[in-house]
Design a protein around this ligand. Structure first.
Ligand SMILES: *[C@@H]1O[C@H](CO)[C@@H](O)[C@H](O)[C@H]1NC(C)=O
Ligand SMILES: *[C@@H]1O[C@H](CO)[C@@H](O)[C@H](O)[C@H]1NC(C)=O
Ligand SMILES: *[C@@H]1O[C@H](CO)[C@@H](O)[C@H](O)[C@H]1NC(C)=O
Length: 397
């Protein structure tokens, strides 16, 4: 079921705001100048280090490291865990709840060396060796580049710094990029195990009240035609903050319209979310996602013209990421939700069917009927419901 009028209203609001908002206001919204460590982690009593890694195509990604638990006790030879957020979010999305509810703190308190990475283009990762976010070329990427450059650089950096192979946790787009890399047998020499929360690969059944209509009206393609290569930009972020802080509008409804009706969010976490997100991504990334929604396949960016595809791929159609190629002995933990309108249960079913020959003792699949898309990172009971089993899985591998 979709609701086109909601989408149209939203798009209209976006356009109005784009015209109305001023450039000066835009700069005031990125109040994360102090960095995620100072503004979010240290305030909770944890030590935190800011790191930078440069990708092979020049993007300078920010990572935050929480090396110790609350006790501050340093154990030698901790195993690293790398957490990769989804689209429109950044590393702050893992840190919206108090330490007894938020995954990075729980991992740190359980003896892991925790690393949070931020995708190219988000507040912590806007640097580049030769480009600026003002250059159109800066935004010429889709999730193919997150697979080919961001993930390998982040994995290698953490391996280099710690000397250990890592456990991985992905949410949403952070699951698609990892699965795509694994399907090409990449990263596996650096990986211990992977936990995939709200797993996204096949997207053909997406039922999100906002995203499905947006795909159907080719919203991302239209934004690109209008010259919007970065989305959302600062003006949209302000608009969301304005809408969500205006009395009478409940932003949990907006979140539900995007990712399904969440079971267990605390309103103070939603306020924190609105303060930090939505984070920008490349419009080209959104076009790529829209393509795989429409096609129901997992494949590389489609340039739309056979000749252009041939130029990039030496064939007229984009290469497929074949999920059945993921080696059977890679330890995988999946947790998916019955009310998630992005990682729809039918699409998760298609993915799991591709993995039907996976080694039984290397695959854990958890289904949470009451969970929607952001419950996996923000729910007040995620610690008991998801993170407990996730920790048990990491300890086994
Ligand atoms: C920290 O480590 C010391 C020495 O191993 C131990 O005595 C102490 O109980 C630990 N503190 C906490 C809070 O775990
Ligand atoms: C990791 O270490 C190797 C060997 O020292 C080095 O060549 C490489 O650039 C490092 N990679 C990252 C991402 O830090
Ligand atoms: C929701 O957040 C507030 C503020 O942090 C806190 O006082 C309250 O206990 C939280 N509720 C739950 C159920 O965690």
């Amino acid at each position: 079921m979709s609701n086109p009028s909601t989408t149209l209203l939203l798009l209209a609001l976006l356009c109005v705001s784009a015209v109305a908002a001023t450039r000066t206001k835009l700069n005031s919204i990125n109040n994360l100048d102090d960095g995620i460590c100072k503004s979010m982690v240290e305030t909770q009593g944890y030590t935190c280090q800011e790191h930078k890694v440069t990708t092979a195509d020049g993007y300078i990604l920010g990572l935050q490291r929480i090396p110790n638990g609350r006790s501050g006790n340093e154990t030698a030879d901790k195993l690293p865990v790398l957490l990769q957020h989804g689209v429109f979010l950044d590393a702050s999305s893992w840190l919206l709840n108090p330490p007894d509810q938020a995954l990075p703190y729980i991992l740190a308190d359980n003896g892991f060396d925790v690393w949070l990475v931020n995708s190219r283009g988000t507040s912590s990762s806007r640097g580049h060796t030769s480009l600026s976010p003002k250059d159109p070329a800066y935004w010429d990427w889709s999730w193919d580049e997150l697979v080919a450059y961001d993930l390998p650089a982040s994995f290698q950096y953490v391996k280099n710094k710690t000397g250990h192979k890592l456990h991985y946790v992905g949410h949403s787009l952070g699951t698609l990029t990892a699965l795509a890399a694994f399907s090409e047998e990449k990263l596996l020499n650096l990986l211990r195990s992977a936990a995939l929360l709200s797993p996204v690969a096949y997207l053909g059944h997406i039922s999100s009240l906002i995203l499905r209509p947006a795909v159907d009206i080719f919203a991302a393609e239209k934004l690109k035609l209008l010259g919007w290569l970065e989305f959302p930009n600062g003006q949209i972020q302000q608009l969301v903050e304005f809408i969500c802080t205006t009395r009478g509008i409940d932003c949990s409804n907006l979140l539900a319209a995007i990712g399904g009706p969440n079971c267990c969010l605390n309103s103070s976490s939603i306020d924190a979310l609105v303060e930090h997100d939505p984070q920008p991504t490349a419009t080209k990334n959104l076009i790529h996602l829209s393509q795989i929604v429409r096609k129901g396949t997992v494949e590389m960016y489609d340039y739309g013209l056979e000749d252009t595809n041939i130029k990039h791929y030496k064939k007229p159609t984009p290469p497929v990421y074949n999920m059945a190629n993921i080696p059977k002995d890679v330890p995988l933990f999946f947790s998916y939700g019955g009310r998630d309108s992005i990682a729809d249960i039918n699409d998760v079913g298609i993915l799991l069917d591709k993995l039907r020959d996976h080694d039984r003792d290397k695959l854990v699949v958890q289904y949470r009927e009451e969970y929607a898309h952001v419950d996996f990172i923000m729910s007040v009971n995620a610690n008991q419901v998801v993170y407990g089993p996730l920790l048990a899985f990491f300890r086994l591998h």
